[in-house]
Ligand binder design. Structure first.
Ligand SMILES: [Zn+2]
Length: 179
């Protein structure tokens, strides 16, 4: 069975003023990551300010654990906007696993490679494999009295070499085709 979850996956960043921060004051607020590069220093200070540089001091739902510029945060936000909401957690897990395809030379994932590889959220690899066997009609032409003796364990084990999986926080696994 596939699993459907409704966790909050919207990438957000806490954008603050770097000059204020260096003076020991936290002046800033949370924003959707995709809007991060549109936030101005006037927004951050709630008035015109001579302070120029903004910085993302805290991040949420972005799969890298570090501070970043609002420009980079906006790129992360747009990457996650490109995939359907129900796939965002899988994209997050794919990047967090470290075993993913990056876009260019940075950390940002390639969403087209993600789409090509992602095979869904499943209780376990067995569930995915049995559904796949059904879909491709693996035992379609085999008489039932013979199909009973089919070695599922070894078929599923071999199939597993063509895939990678990562655990989902909400239970089950995300399955990816290894290309
Ligand atoms: Zn400031």
């Amino acid at each position: 069975m596939t699993i459907t979850t409704t966790t909050d996956t919207k990438p957000r960043v806490w954008i603050g003023c770097l000059a204020c921060y260096n003076e020991g004051r936290l002046v800033g607020d949370w924003h959707d990551a995709s809007d991060a590069d549109e936030v101005t220093t006037a927004d951050v200070h709630s008035r015109a300010s001579s302070h120029e540089e903004l910085w993302c001091f805290d991040i949420e739902n972005i799969p890298v654990r570090r501070e970043m510029s609002p420009h980079e945060a906006a790129e992360w936000g747009r990457v996650f906007d490109e995939v359907d909401e129900h796939q965002r957690e899988a994209l997050y897990a794919w990047v967090a696993s470290g075993d993913y395809v990056a876009e260019g030379t940075g950390d940002l994932p390639s969403t087209s490679d993600f789409q090509e590889r992602y095979c869904g959220h499943w209780e376990g690899f067995d569930d995915y494999a049995r559904e796949l066997a059904d879909d491709i009609g693996l035992l379609h032409d085999v008489p039932e009295e013979i199909a009973t003796y089919f070695d599922w364990d070894s078929w599923i084990r071999d199939l597993g070499f063509d895939y990678s999986t990562c655990g989902a926080d909400t239970g089950g696994i995300y399955v990816f085709r290894a290309l």
